[in-house]
Design a protein around this ligand. Structure first.
Ligand code: ATP
Length: 457
């Protein structure tokens, strides 16, 4: 059985992956908190990305820039004037809609209104009698511009001079530090700077669980290359992304690479591909990969007055590098990984077990230590737990019968369960049970670390 989004939400809540945000106060719409298993999975995903895109990639280095940037940043990039969505309210139920999304969902994606002017969208909705998906009404306001950036003020007074924005993407902190990194890292073009961090967008219609939220995390790479070579690198990073997702364990049949047609590209881009995942509501964007030309550096150079050109030490030429940007959302990847790997498996004896068949490197817990009978085996089990927790993400569970405990670990994706029983007390061996095959082997406690390390290689 494949999980739909409501079932996945219930699973996440039940096992402690994701909770409703601010729950005891009645919640705060579309905010989510990540519980013990959720934070572990998220951390593992970020580490996996960081390894592949930063520490294990010879071209790239990392960065952690501020969330709050000088507000001129967002004037330079066009976010202040252009990062907006077409907002339309239903007068009957007061639901807020994105006009382009109303058209897309009413036509099941056949009509793409992205890029239309507001009048054209409005006319289409009225002529085609597209009803409010919330109440079925047909009484809308005009379409208004709605800027997606969260505004706040810095300092103790709230006048507009102090107005700043929460960043809507991590990318710009990278561009602002381009010169610093060139000066201090000894990297030469082509090279990239990767960053992982929170971004904020006041989305009109957040939803589909954690797919679209107002606070989310991005894993972004800005890759700087010689102008004229960008298409080679665009292909390189597309292939790299594909390999990354395959290695991560997403099934190829659930992935699609959608190349934006030339006529639909953003004005600063000369090639863009969306990596789509088959979410329960259909294929939707997981990862955006864009060739952004020298747009960002040029804009920051113009607005800041700083020369951001790169001096090529081999040719002595100066130029603004072109940029390829693969930008991936942590929560969308989190969702895809759970949806792709979660199944209800029918066993030979007819029993059904929930199984999260996740890549071992990503599992929220790598091992679980289980005393067979609490009364007799707890002390020894705690010794084994203390030993393992220094090297592995380990969990300890002594509540309930062993069968149920195995099932719980299967459901949360723990690759290995270590059981301590009477034999352990006699010969210092434990049972190691593998998640997918459920096969069990006996291993000496002194060999356990090496045995498990080999399994995770
Ligand atoms: P969408 O079309 O779905 O709004 P986008 O094209 O605006 O996304 P980008 O600006 O390209 O998204 O952002 C890069 C990535 O950041 C997306 O592919 C997605 O994984 C993630 N992302 C963007 N907006 C959100 C959001 N509101 N909630 C969660 N993740 C997001």
């Amino acid at each position: 059985m494949k999980y739909n989004i409501e079932q996945l939400n219930a699973y996440c809540k039940r096992y402690g992956f994701v909770y409703q945000g601010s729950e005891i106060y009645g919640g705060l719409a579309n905010t989510w908190d990540y519980g013990p298993l959720g934070v572990s999975l998220k951390n593992n995903l970020k580490q996996f990305w960081w390894k592949r895109f930063v520490s294990q990639n010879k071209y790239n280095v990392g960065l952690d820039s501020s969330i709050l940037l000088n507000p001129k940043t967002w004037e330079a990039t066009g976010h202040v004037s252009g990062f907006k969505d077409p907002l339309m309210d239903c007068k009957s139920c007061k639901a807020r809609h994105r006009a382009d999304n109303l058209i897309a969902s009413a036509t099941k994606g056949k009509v793409d209104a992205d890029g239309w002017d507001y009048q054209k969208m409005y006319d289409y909705i009225i002529e085609n009698k597209i009803k409010c998906p919330n109440c079925g009404g047909f009484d809308y306001t005009e379409i208004r511009e709605f800027n997606l950036m969260f505004k706040t003020s810095q300092g103790v007074t709230a006048d507009s001079n102090n107005e700043i924005y929460l960043r809507p993407e991590t990318a710009q902190g990278i561009f602002l530090n381009f010169k610093n990194v060139v000066r201090t890292s000894r990297k030469k073009v082509p090279f990239g700077i990767g960053q992982v961090g929170k971004s904020f967008r006041n989305e009109i219609t957040p939803g589909n669980f954690v797919f679209r939220t107002r606070e989310f995390e991005q894993m972004e790479l800005e890759f700087f290359c010689v102008p004229g070579t960008e298409m080679e690198w665009f292909k390189y990073w597309k292939d790299y992304a594909k390999e990354f997702l395959t290695e991560l364990g997403l099934k190829p049949e659930n992935l699609e690479f959608y190349d934006h047609p030339q006529a639909k590209l953003s004005f600063y881009s000369n090639a863009t591909t969306d990596v789509l995942y088959r979410f329960p509501w259909g294929f939707d964007e997981l990862w955006g990969i864009a060739s952004r030309t020298d747009y960002d550096l040029k804009q920051h150079q113009n607005y800041s007055g700083e020369n951001l050109e790169y001096l090529d030490p081999n040719t002595n030429e100066t130029y603004l590098p072109y940029v390829i940007e693969p930008s991936l959302g942590v929560e969308r990847l989190f969702l895809a990984v759970l949806l792709d790997n979660l199944e209800d498996e029918t066993l030979e004896n007819g029993e059904v077990r929930t199984l999260l068949k996740i890549n071992k490197e990503l599992a929220p817990y790598q091992v679980a230590v289980l005393p067979l009978v609490k009364k007799f085996h707890n002390d020894k089990a705690e010794e084994v737990y203390d030993l393992l927790m220094k090297n592995f993400i380990a969990s300890f569970d002594d509540a309930g019968n062993i069968g149920r405990r195995y099932r719980r670990q299967d459901a949360i994706g723990t690759p290995y369960c270590i059981t301590i029983d009477n034999d352990t007390l006699v010969d210092d061996t434990v049972t190691v049970r593998e998640r997918d095959s459920m096969e069990q082997v006996r291993v000496k406690i002194t060999d356990l670390k090496v045995y498990l390390n080999n399994q995770f290689e």
